[in-house]
Design a protein around this ligand. Structure first.
Ligand code: SF4
Length: 248
């Protein structure tokens, strides 16, 4: 899938999200928040659900937690536009309560389809609800900063998952904020590991295997360090202003 196709597919999913009534969360939303970011990124960040500001603006992580997320990314030299940011549930739970299991289940197909389109090398979970989706059977205090392969059933068919605390939790507790910056420092190494893993998989894939999967960068061609954008080198350069925001 070329970048324009990925962009169109993501926009189609976003349009479905904006009119979705699959669960009760649609009743209280101002705007649904499908997610946004670079359609050719290698890295997808998955939070829990929209908060007050996100609900008003229809964009993920735009409040204080978003400011901290930007600082966490900046600590490794990345911008939020280098990645794709979305949530487990796309509509704001009332009073910012935790999403209910049936709400998470109802919304799960949207995230799975986004991941199928983006085919990231690395998924970074933000908070325990997101972590539970990708790393079931553990706790955020144990899992943060750790990496494991993603279950392809999540939609991320050839990815590693790195767990982090939710930035809102980091805002509340200095020790969690400190841990979050340490965990952010592990993102680039995790991405390098993920790239190597995908390259190894591609090298051993039988001839004639699915030509669309995965869209690896061969190790010899991969840049030595992130940021993680535009892995489809066959495509012409697109002006940065066109690349960086899918859903405004
Ligand atoms: S949270 Fe997800 S499933 Fe529920 S109404 Fe919003 S988009 Fe639909």
């Amino acid at each position: 899938m070329i970048e324009a196709e990925r962009r169109a597919a993501l926009e189609a999913i976003a349009a479905e999200v904006r009119s979705c009534t699959r669960c009760r969360l649609h009743e209280g939303r101002t705007q649904a928040v499908p997610g946004e970011g670079h359609p050719s990124t290698e890295v997808v960040l998955v939070g829990e659900g929209p908060g007050f500001n996100e609900d008003r603006q229809g964009r993920p992580f735009v409040g204080r937690a978003g400011d901290l997320l930007v600082r966490l990314l900046a600590s490794i030299g990345w911008r939020r536009d280098d990645v794709f940011i979305t949530n487990i549930v796309k509509c704001r739970p009332p009073e910012n309560r935790d999403p209910e299991p049936d709400e998470v289940a109802a919304c799960a197909p949207f995230l799975r389809r986004q991941l199928e389109v983006l085919d990231p090398a690395l998924v970074v979970t933000l908070g325990r609800h997101s972590m539970a989706r990708f790393m079931p059977g553990t706790t955020i205090s144990r899992a943060h900063g750790t990496v494991r392969p993603a279950d392809p059933a999540t939609g991320a068919r050839a990815a590693l998952v790195l767990a982090m605390y939710h930035p809102a939790a980091a805002l509340r507790t200095p020790a969690v904020e400190e841990a979050s910056f340490a965990d952010a420092g592990r993102i680039t190494a995790a991405l390098e590991d993920a790239r190597a893993r995908r390259a190894a998989t591609a090298a051993t894939a039988p001839a004639g295997a699915d030509p669309a999967a995965p869209r690896e960068v061969p190790a010899a061609e991969a840049p030595p360090a992130p940021p993680p954008s535009t892995v489809d080198h066959a495509e012409p350069e697109v002006p940065a202003s066109d690349q960086l925001t899918l859903f405004g």
